[in-house]
Design a protein around this ligand. Structure first.
Ligand code: GDP
Length: 337
């Protein structure tokens, strides 16, 4: 990233809604280089808060459930209705495998070329905490550039849903009808995060009538969720087809209904709590980083771990020794970049 313009110029251009500036800023906040992190901080501090909080929506589901097709269909409808839509993807798989579930194909080609939309396929690889940091800051960049709807997409793997659910106002789970076993088809815990559940591919594209199947699945799912959450708090369950567009607006209506149910104070309160949680996540991330970087730990780790491996040292004592080595190093003033 070449420093062609100053951070304050970049902030001005973002405020004017310039896409190129937004793109550069998102690249900046994704960078893990310490100097970029400091610049990102300065940038974020200089950005205006939007007049009205943007609608922050998380969308999750297993690969192939139809996320990109759905988000494109939704995004195009929203921009046609006068919204500015930003889409960010959280893809922790890229940090582990080097490959990317989200980034390896041209996703959302129509939305990506829509002048009222901004699509960033995949943030840089890194720890989930690092990806969360990048995504949180990218959301602020988009909101300062007057994107009033921000969609954060995540693949339903690992802990990414929990991370994304902790960054958005409303969390949407896309799922598929699998007669009889749809509850098993959805990872435990994710259903608890969902504010809206949409059974996707409710269409007859490709022959068989999946619409009826989807409706049955949605009914069963709704019943099960009412048993878990109680009637009042159970998330809405709807059917849709990102491919044909049927039901996409109904999903959006449920997102707005959820937001309405929170009310402005509820949204503000939820975001404040998320910030608190995020602060701790950053602390944990940084501590982990420092532990790895600690000279003292480096000096003892190979030997301690060798002893553990050969049965010469119980794990509990090994942990004590590592921590003692770390504490011996700690106490230097430093800060989270
Ligand atoms: P993602 O991996 O969750 O982003 O899923 P994609 O949007 O890439 O879709 C995966 C496959 O399912 C593609 O072949 C799509 O054409 C297909 N697909 C996506 N949405 C629908 C839908 O609503 N109905 C049907 N029948 N197929 C769909």
């Amino acid at each position: 990233m070449e420093p062609a313009v100053s951070i304050s110029d970049l902030a001005d251009e973002i405020r004017d809604g310039r896409r190129a500036a937004v793109s550069r800023a998102v690249t900046l906040v994704e960078s893990s280089l310490p100097e970029h992190r400091l610049q990102a901080r300065e940038l974020i501090a200089g950005l205006p808060a939007p007049e009205r909080p943007a609608v922050r929506v998380g969308i999750s589901g297993v690969p192939g459930v139809g996320k990109s097709t759905f988000i494109e269909a939704l995004g195009i409808r929203l921009t046609a209705a006068g919204h500015r839509v930003g889409v960010l993807a959280v893809d922790p798989s890229s940090s582990r495998t080097g490959g990317s579930v989200l980034g390896d194909k041209t996703r959302m080609p129509r939305l990506a070329t829509d002048e009222h939309a901004f699509v960033r396929a995949s943030p840089s690889a890194g720890t989930l905490g690092g990806v969360a940091r990048a995504t949180s800051q990218a959301m602020l960049v988009l909101e300062a550039a007057a994107y009033d709807v921000v969609v954060v997409e995540t693949v339903g793997v690992g802990q990414s849903e929990t991370t994304v659910a902790g960054m958005v106002d409303t969390f949407v789970l896309l799922t598929l009808a699998r007669t009889g076993d749809q509850l098993q088809g959805i990872k435990r815990g994710i259903l608890e995060l969902a504010d809206v559940v949409a059974v996707n591919k409710a269409d007859s594209v490709g022959g068989s009538d999946r619409e009826a199947e989807a409706r049955t699945a949605a009914r069963e799912l709704a019943g099960a969720l009412r048993m878990v959450h109680g009637r009042e708090r159970a998330p809405a369950v709807v059917t849709c087809s990102g491919l044909t567009g049927t039901g996409v607006e109904a999903v959006w209506d449920q997102v707005l209904a959820h937001r309405e149910s929170l009310g402005p104070d509820g949204v503000a309160g939820k975001r404040a709590e998320q910030q608190q949680e995020f602060a701790w996540a950053l602390v944990r991330d940084e501590l982990e980083h420092r532990l790895r970087a600690s000279e003292g730990v480096r000096r003892v780790r190979a030997e301690v771990m060798h002893l553990v491996l050969t049965g010469g040292l119980p794990a509990v004592e090994a942990a004590d020794q590592i921590l003692a080595a770390y504490d011996g190093d700690a106490g230097r003033p430093s800060r989270v970049n």
